[in-house]
Design a protein around this ligand. Structure first.
Ligand code: BG6
Length: 476
C-alpha cells in the first residue's frame, strides 16, 4: 500500500513516547515540508484536554525535545493538531474521535499505549468504522512477552487489519546508521564475495547502555535484557547483517530474507549464554546504585546478557555471532565487529599478521574502521616490518551539514506514506520470539540466577570467558 494517510491518530498522545519522540518528530517533518498540507493529526488519551490545551502540551514537548533549528514554523504544525479524549475500554468517545479524524479520509493509527489495551482499542476502532480498507495501524513494542502473548496480539490486530496494513515498530530500523548497513552491504561490490563463512571468522554485536532502570521498574521486571533488547533490536541488526541479498528494497523482498535468517538461528546451548545484574559502581565518573537497590528488593531479572548464536545455513556455517547488551555499561555504544579469517599462507616469516577486522559503529557516532596490515616504511635487512593500520571513515565528517534525526521521523513518514520495508512483519516477530523463548526455557530448566557485575563494567567475568574459550576477545 503506497497511499498517503490524510489523518494520523495518536493513541497515548499525552504519554512519554509521544512527548519525547512522536510530537517532536512530526514537527521536524513538518518543518522540512515533508507532510502534506492537509495532514491532520488527532491525539487521543484519557486526559480531558481540548484542541487548545493539547496544542499547548505539544508545544511544551517540542520546545523540550526538539532543537530550536529543527522546529520551523511551530504555529503551522500546531494548527494540524486536534484532540479527542477517550477511555479505549468504553464505547463513549470513539464517535467523536471518528468525527475529528474525518470518516472519508485515509487514516493512519499509531498505538503507543500498553499492549493490554490493543485488543479493546481495535474492537472500538472496528465498531466505529475506523478499521477498514482506508486505515492502517502501527504498533509499538513490547509486542508480547513470549510467542504465545505475541500471537494473541497479532491475532487481535489481524482480525481487523490485513498484514499489509499493519506496521510494527522496531525503532532501530528507523536509525539512519542501521539503514546504512543495507547500503554498505548491497551498494558495494567488494563486501558480498567476502561475506560468508569462508572469509569471516566471527561477528560481534554489542549494545551497551549507561542508563539503569530509569524508573521503568514494572516494565523492566517483566522484560529483562533478553526480551527488552535482544528479541527485537539486536535480532534485527543480526538479520540485516546476515541476510541474503534481497532482489529489491521492496518490503516483502527485504523481510523475506530477514525472516530466513531468524528461522535459521540454532537453539542456544546451556554454556552459550551468560546473564548478569548490576550492583553499585561508577558510570562515567558518577557513583550509581545497584539494580536491587533501585528496585528496592531482590530480583532475578537480568540487566545484561551475552550469547553465542549460530545461523544454520550454508553462508554462516561455523561462524559464531557473539551478542551482548547491558544496562550500566561503561559507555553507550552500539557496534558491530566483523572479524575476517587469517590469510591462508604468510609469505612474511617472523611477522605476526593480524586478521582484518571491520568495526561498524552504529551509535553514538557512525564510524567505520577497517584494520589492515601495511608495511612500516624503512629499509629492513631481515624482511619487511608490518603493522596493523586503520582505514577510518568518520561518517559525520564525510557528510558534513547533515544532522542527526530522531529514528521516529523516518518511521512516522513511512507510516503516513504507506511504506513497510522498515517495519517488522508478523513472521519475523514470531521467529524472534521462538528463539528467545527457547533460551528462556533453558534458563528456567537450570534455575538460572544472573551473575552480579559492578555498574560501569562490561558485565560478569563469565561473559568474557564465553568469548575467550573460543580465543575471541570482545572489542571494548
Ligand atoms: C528500548 C528499550 O526499546 O530501547 C530501552 O526498551 C532501551 O530499555 C532503548 O534503553 C535503547 O534505544 P536507543 O535508541 O537509545 O539505543
Amino acid at each position: 500500500m503506497e497511499t498517503k494517510a490524510e489523518t494520523l491518530i495518536l493513541f497515548g498522545a499525552t504519554g512519554d513516547l509521544s512527548q519525547r519522540m512522536l510530537l517532536p518528530s512530526l514537527c521536524a517533518l513538518d518543518a522540512e515540508g515533508l507532510l502534506s498540507d492537509d495532514l491532520r493529526i488527532v491525539g487521543t488519551a484519557r486526559s480531558e484536554l481540548d484542541d487548545g490545551s493539547f496544542r499547548n502540551f505539544a508545544r511544551a514537548a517540542i520546545e523540550k525535545y526538539l532543537p530550536d533549528h529543527r522546529r520551523g514554523s511551530m504555529a503551522r504544525f500546531l494548527n494540524r493538531l486536534y484532540y479527542s479524549p477517550l477511555d479505549v475500554t468504553t464505547p463513549e468517545g470513539y464517535e467523536e474521535l471518528a468525527k475529528k479524524a474525518g470518516s472519508e479520509r485515509e487514516i493512519a493509527i499509531f498505538l503507543s499505549t500498553a499492549p493490554s489495551l490493543f485488543k479493546p482499542t481495535i474492537a472500538g476502532l472496528a465498531a466505529h468504522g475506523l478499521a477498514d480498507n482506508n486505515s492502517r495501524i502501527c504498533l509499538e513494542k513490547p509486542l508480547g512477552t513470549d510467542l504465545q502473548t505475541s500471537c494473541a496480539i497479532n491475532d487481535a490486530v489481524a482480525g481487523a487489519f490485513p498484514e499489509d496494513h499493519i506496521f510494527r515498530i522496531d525503532h532501530y530500523l528507523g536509525k539512519e546508521t542501521v539503514q546504512n548497513l543495507i547500503a554498505l552491504r548491497f551498494a558495494n561490490a567488494f563486501f558480498e564475495p567476502l561475506w560468508n563463512a569462508q572469509h569471516i571468522e566471527h561477528v560481534q554485536i554489542t549494545v551497551g547502555e549507561t542508563v539503569g532502570l530509569e524508573g521503568r521498574a514494572d516494565f523492566y521486571e517483566s522484560a529483562g535484557a533478553l526480551r527488552d533488547m535482544v528479541q527485537n533490536h539486536m535480532l534485527q541488526l543480526l538479520a540485516l547483517l546476515a541476510m541474503e541479498p534481497p532482489s529489491s528494497f521492496d518490503a516483502n523482498c527485504v523481510r523475506d530474507e530477514k525472516v530466513k535468517v531468524l528461522r535459521a538461528l540454532r537453539k542456544v546451548g546451556p554454556e552459550e549464554s551468560v546473564t548478569g545484574q548490576y550492583r553499585k559502581g561508577a558510570v562515567e565518573g558518577q557513583s550509581v546504585a545497584g539494580y536491587d537497590e533501585e528496585l528496592g528488593r531482590e530480583s532475578d531479572v537480568e540487566t545484561f546478557v551475552a550469547l553465542k548464536a549460530h545461523i544454520d545455513n550454508w553462508r554462516w556455517q561455523g561462524v559464531p555471532f557473539y551478542l551482548r547488551t547491558g544496562k550500566r555499561m561503561p559507555e553507550r555504544v552500539t557496534e558491530i565487529v566483523v572479524q575476517f579469517r587469517s590469510v591462508p599462507h604468510s609469505i612474511f616469516p617472523g611477522a605476526k599478521l593480524k586478521q582484518n577486522r571491520m568495526v561498524i559503529g552504529i551509535q553514538p557516532e557512525e564510524n567505520i574502521t577497517l584494520s589492515m596490515m601495511a608495511k612500516v616504511p624503512g629499509i629492513e635487512q631481515d624482511g619487511m616490518v608490518l603493522r596493523q593500520m586503520p582505514l577510518d571513515i568518520k561518517m559525520p565528517d564525510a557528510f558534513t551539514g547533515k544532522f542527526k534525526r530522531i529514528a521516529y521521523e523516518r518511521l512516522l513518514l513511512d507510516l503516513i506514506e504507506g511504506r513497510q520495508t522498515l517495519f517488522v512483519r508478523r513472521d519475523e516477530v514470531e521467529a524472534q520470539w521462538r528463539w528467545i523463548d527457547s533460551i528462556r526455557a533453558t534458563w528456567a530448566e537450570e534455575g538460572r540466577i544472573p551473575k552480579t557485575y559492578a555498574a560501569g563494567s562490561w558485565g560478569p567475568s563469565k561473559a568474557i570467558a564465553l568469548a575467550e574459550r573460543d580465543g575471541v576477545s570482545w572489542h571494548d
